[in-house]
Design a protein around this ligand. Sequence first.
Ligand code: ZN
Length: 415
Amino acid sequence: MSTRVWAVATLGVLLVLIGIVAITRVPWSGAPAPRSEQLAALAGLPADAVAKGKAFNAALRPGSYGSMVIGLVVALVLGLTPFGARIVEAVGRPLGGHWLAQAVLGGLVIVLIGEVVSLPFAAWRHTVLKRYGLSTQDWGAWLVDLLKAYGVGAVLGALVLAGFFTITRLFPQWWWAVGAGAAAALVLVLTFVFPVLVEPVFNKFTPMEDGALRDSLVQLAERDGVPVKDVLVADASRRTRAVNAYVSGYGATRRIVVYDTLLREAPEAEVRSVVAHELSHARSNDVLTGTLLGALGSAAAVVLVYLLGAWEPLLRRAGVDSIAEPRAVALLMAIAIVGGLVAGPVQAYVSRKVEARSDAHALELTGDPETFQAMMTRLAMVNLADPDPNRVEHGLFGSHPSTVERLAMARAWAK
Ligand SMILES: [Zn+2]
């Protein structure tokens, strides 16, 4: 068999594995509660809060779409013309055109160009967040966060670029197979490492102080049969008024994190309701599901890139001889960005299904639909969510069921 046939076969196997994980681990069944119930829930929300949520999201919209479009256009211009390859060459020239300099510095410059063109949109977004009182950051703190994010991205990007192009040099025939394995391994490692190494760069985490709330949360976790090592409080108030909680990592790094803003804003019963939702993620190993899908998806993406590399017109457009050479890094970024835009709505759909399961579980665990609804209403109002968003946008980008869907679910459960 030729290398190409092996690649096609491998891609087939990976897609079957993705299918198996998706079918067995994602809760596909269950539709949102009836629209009539959603409208009844919407009517129960304060009209001014609904209007404010809609106005806030409308104010964010032009910036979000603008950033998406300009990012795509720049990626396509750099990736599908020889312009990107020329930039990579120019960046590597002072270092004698060494392949590693082209791969790492050239790659980072291409990424940086994408970041810089979308920077005005990020700043615009911050002005909207300030205007609506959601952000508590001044421009200095905002800039520090931005530079930290660039720093984390540059370290990770340099590792990925150096790793990828080392593999393509060492294994000219089989780089796609080694690269697919390495990509999958990287996703697994990052899931472990991210909560421990990266989250502390942006937030300070302290164990929740002893007391009735902590006891009741630990008790809730015990009753749910979920081993929770710790409940941590993140100092999110440095940045935002938004309230949230989440679960990250798995095994020894798994912990539940509660925003300090949530503790400040919500009564203890509502905090318990939020944590009950998060416990469901731990209980169903949703982080593991996401990691498995991410690892298999990344491996499949590497094989797909190899197969795309056989498409001569594409290489000619980018002015490169091979998709595996450092000069092709802009082409690779363009493929990654297009791939991300295509995969986004699929990820959002899966995420909504998983989140709906957590909501249902929170209702079962607490047996308290009134508190659940009070909590969801508070979440929407404090976070300035649009409780009943445009259906198309919600379908494409919504990571959670909408507020009215969540309220309607609780109302239906109560009946
Ligand atoms: Zn959740």
